[in-house]
Design a protein around this ligand. Sequence first.
Ligand SMILES: Cc1cc2nc3c(=O)[nH]c(=O)nc-3n(C[C@H](O)[C@H](O)[C@H](O)COP(=O)(O)OP(=O)(O)OC[C@H]3O[C@@H](n4cnc5c(N)ncnc54)[C@H](O)[C@@H]3O)c2cc1C
Length: 337
Amino acid sequence: MRLLIVGQGLAGTLISHRALQLGWDAHVIDAGLPSASAVAAGMFNPMSFRRIVEVWEAEKHLRCMTETYRDLEGLLGVPLMHALPIHKCLPNEAYAAEWRKKAQSLHWLTPATDTHLQTGAVEGGGWIDLPLLLSAWRERLASAGRFEQRHLAAPDRSALQAGQWDALVDCRGVHIKEDTALTPLDIRVNRGELLTISASAQAAPPGDSILNFGKWTIPLGHGTWRLGASYEWNRNDLDTTDATGELLISKLSNQLGADPSDFNIEAHHAGLRPVSRDRRPAVGLHPGARQWYVFNGLGTRGVLIGPRWARYLCGLMGGKNAQNTVVQPSRLSIQHS
Ligand SMILES: Cc1cc2nc3c(=O)[nH]c(=O)nc-3n(C[C@H](O)[C@H](O)[C@H](O)COP(=O)(O)OP(=O)(O)OC[C@H]3O[C@@H](n4cnc5c(N)ncnc54)[C@H](O)[C@@H]3O)c2cc1C
């Protein structure tokens, strides 16, 4: 199988990795546009906290995710996966009671034992160093002559038609919306901002766990943390806003009983998450083109679910899997909605 992969964010990285694992010929092009993956915190969490439920097929995703990132760590010789417990702040007694009830059947959860902090713990979480993964994988592809920095262009479409490639995998994230030659898919933009902060010793968030208080902190070491994130619809610029930075800091200060001046903003980033209306990814044949596959809509959980869907998509392209209707891209075809 000869694949042309367009885009090397998380989606293009995972597909090219899986294709090469299978012994296929994979070539990746990337235009160097702003990508969600380059700014994402990379967190993974088997739980959804709103209703205290397990993420759909969490166990299977986590197993595949761990295998994939461990394999990439071995190939690239860099530490990518940082497993950490997640401590969820239990905002009120009703939520805490629900947590205790769910902890009896969901093995990820431990009951809230620390009455002072009012947190419950989740196992199976952590974060992936996505900027490091992207740059190290790109270097490896480039040194094997499998990577070019350029835009998808008309000759690529002709090369596909002429049979130079067996398939194209479109991993352009939110940039897929800029392609007017293709039947549009309803991939929406969810804009997020996050901070890298340092903190004074008396106000330091936990250094050995992720703290979730509606917002979250992830310890990066060396006295720094990621603090995120915002979720905004109807906006798709990448300008960071002071008001969002201040809001994130004030939520953290309130949570820790600290003063906002205890924190310094070391970096502030914005990015655009590709999201579908039903929050499922788009994985499969594009409804308006032949030999043109889509791997998109990874949303807020790309790190956790991406590896398993990359494996599935290679199975689909290789004729081993049937199209899974839950993730079928044609459901997002704008003509049909
Ligand atoms: C602030 C923020 C925090 C987040 N935190 C988390 C988190 O903690 N955990 C989690 O799982 N997810 C998180 N996400 C979501 C996650 O980032 C996305 O699910 C994932 O990165 C999407 O990856 P992608 O490869 O589909 O798109 P992108 O990462 O956007 O990559 C698209 C790539 O396509 C390339 N491209 C576009 N058009 C063309 C073209 N015409 N020709 C060639 N190349 C092209 C671009 O240059 C880019 O490299 C976060 C997102 C944001 C914005």
